[in-house]
Ligand binder design. Sequence first.
Ligand code: ZN
Length: 245
Amino acid sequence: MGDDGQRRAAPRPLPPVLMYHSISPATTPDPHLLRVHPHRLGAQLRALRRLRLRGVSLAELVAARDRGEGAGLVALTFDDGYLDFLEYAVPVLDRHGMTGTVYVVTDRLGGENDWDEGPRLPLMDADQVRRVAAAGHEVGSHSATHAHLSGLDAAALRAEVAGSRATLEDVLGAPVHGFCYPYGDVDAAAADAARDAGYDHACVTRDYSVGDRHTLPRFYVGQRDTGPRLAAKLVRHLVARARVR
Ligand SMILES: [Zn+2]
């Protein structure tokens, strides 16, 4: 997964990275707009296919980009590790021949999203996380406790970033390449911590200001994003990335 430092010199276009959270047909209140219905996800993936784009894990997209083969790929990322990823997202992804990355909170496996005010949703346990990996999807770290990382002292930062990688590697019995900053909250120390912990790459939310390998921007996709709206967001991504190059 590493690039041996040889190819790092040439700037590469930032890949389009879509950010999802919960995929579920539930009709309970969703004040943070975290939920996308599985039918809507299916429509969005159909829209990608019409654009001749294929959804893959962020690790696969970054590796392809390193080889100069990222065109035609879009990364699909799913934050927090909700149980509904296994129940609803995996079958839809399978149907379209696509894969994704799910970012799990390693000290909360089998628990709930207790870091959020509002509705509690169940999170995958270790066994379910292994099933996701066995089904061909990437599992990355979303920290140990879903803490805000900017401003943390060095020891706490290490526990959240390096500690969660070690925990997840134990769960999976395989190396973990990707990290996702909770709340997209990252400062220079947190990005250094991700690099030092051995992650190949890491992603934030929206922020196109840095956009290096350990602060890859993503954009939010929600229930309101019909196929045409998603296509428009992809165009906006291309414009935003053209500006930072
Ligand atoms: Zn999160």
